[in-house]
Structures are given as structure tokens and as C-alpha cells.
Design a protein. Sequence first.
Length: 368
Amino acid sequence: LPELTLETISFSPPIFNFLQFLMILLALVTVLGNALVIVAFIGDKNLRLRSNYFFLNLAISDFLVGAICIPLYIPYALTNRWPFGRGVCKFWLVIDYLSCTASAFNIVLISYDRYQSVYNAVLYRIHQGLTTRATAQMVAVWVLAFLVYGPAIVFWEHVKGRSNFSNGTCKVEFSSQWRFLVCASVLEFLIPILAVAYFNLHIYWSIRARSQWVAALPTSQNSSSSSPGRTPPIETRRKATSQLSTVTQADESGLNPVRIHSLTPSSLESKSRFKLLRDRKMAKSLSIILIVFAICWAPYSLFTIIRAASGKEDDDPWYNLAFWLMWLNSSVNPFLYPLCHKHFRKAFLKVLCCRRSTPMPQTQSLSS
């Protein structure tokens, strides 16, 4: 950080030191948390499945927030003066908007991947080891994220022929253009949060339908309590439901339809209940994703549009709080996603304890 003197700081020394400590702490947590995800992915070959590539992409975007965006902004936030010059300002603005938007898009991609694992389970498991499509989706996230703000940040002042700010200020030239900001907020916040909500609801509906299906499966207790020569009416209904649902359940559970017929009622019920329990945990994690994303992003998007529409350029403390809240999402993400999955947790322990990883069957979904 550049040298900060009493003449340059905008707060009293105790408040200044406290705020500086919080900002540096946030940057460190963001960098270390996401670096752990990246190192674990690189060091553990068992994690290199399609679904986990999206966690890597999210960790990269959030790492940039902690490594570049927050550190360069700390002296600016504390002194209200940009000390690094126009070139670094442009670089910081591009990286900041790019990484934050990419983080939001990666959350959508992860939610879509979870949605596919429930609705197209068989194809999902078959393609789990194929990373070509996942790599293309990761690149698309960064390209789309750059297109939302990047060209405007780079070329806005050249199109207008002048800059709206002096050398001591580092802001985007379109900060007062509320129409542009509304469109950008729709792309980087509204559409992503609606998409995550859509995937979450459909997963919930699928789990609810399968819960009824599993409840209708014959249990070993019911089978043993039946008379040898008679089939209870409720058992007949359950058999019919099971036969009609064979193909659908095969697609959702990842089982081969031929194997389903060869399974005993107790083993079929056990497999179905196991996957149902796993998908319920996944649905809960997606709900947490949606809530945290909304809490961290909604205030910033709202205040940005309100400030632009009202023409206010002064530093509103509520706007600044919303700004930091959006960055907080990047420090929370590594704990929300990979740390919620046992195979990532094992990989983290191996990294921290310097252990070597053991091979794991590639047919197993490591993101569940």
C-alpha cells in the first residue's frame, strides 16, 4: 500500500486503523480461501471432473477480487484519492467489473450443473469425465462477463472525447448513466438470480416428486408381512407405480433400467433413498447460494441505479457498505461451495497436511 499520512486520511486514527484492518483481513480471507480451492484442484487429480471445473472457475474470479481489486481500493477508500495514476485505474476497473461479473455468472453455471445432475442424471454421469464442454463454458463465462462492462470502461471516454474525472479520482465514466447501469444490472444480477432461483425450484419439484415415488416403493417389512398367496391392494398399486416409473427413475437415479428390474425391492429402495438424500442436501446448498448471492448483490445493484438516476456523485456511506458487501461474496464463496462437499474437504486437508492423494474411481461424482 502507498504511504498514508495524517494529512491524507479521511478518518480519525482509531477508525482508520480499524477499517484498514478489516479491509486487509477481507482481502486475506478472500485470497487464501480461493487459493486453497485452486491448489486443491491442481494437486488432486481426483477432483478433475467436469462439475468441479466450475468451482475452479469461480475460485479464479474470486481470487482476483482478493488479490487485485480489494488491495488497490484500500488506500482509495481510506483517503478518498486514487494514488496510482490513470493507467492503473483503467486496469483496476476492468479487473474489478470483470471478476465480479464472472463470479456471478459462475454461480449460475454451478447451479445449472447441479440442475443437470438431477434432471439428466444418466448423461451427466457419462459426461462427467469429459472436460471439453466444461472448458468452453468456462471461457464463455469470462467472455460474456467482459462484454457487459469491459468495452464501456475502455472506450467510453474516447467516444465522448473527454473524461468526467480528475487524476485523483478513479470511477467508471458511465457512473451517471442510469439507463446503461439498469441494463448492466439486469445482465449481471437480475438474470443470474432468476436463473439460480429457476434451477433451485425445478430441483425442489423433482425431489418432491421423487419423494412420493420412494414413499411408494415396497419395503422389506411390507413384503414379509404379506400372506404367501395374496398380494395386498396397496402392494399392487406400489408395483404398478414402480413399473410405470422405471424409465423415469432410471434417468434420474443414474441406474441402468435393466438393472432396476434385477434389483430387489430393498436394494432399489436403498439406492433411491440414498440419491434422494444427496439431492436434498444439494437443494439446500443451492438455497443458501441463492440467499447469500441476493443479500450480497442486491444492495449494490439497487444503490448504483438510484445514485445514477438521482445524479448524486457524493460518497454515500450506504453505497460504500453495499460495495464492500458485494466483495464479501467473493470471500464467502469458497466456504459455501467446495467446503460443502466432502471430497473437496479431503483435498483441502491433504493440501494443508501435505499428504499425497489416492486414486478414486472416475465413475463417482465428486461434486455430490
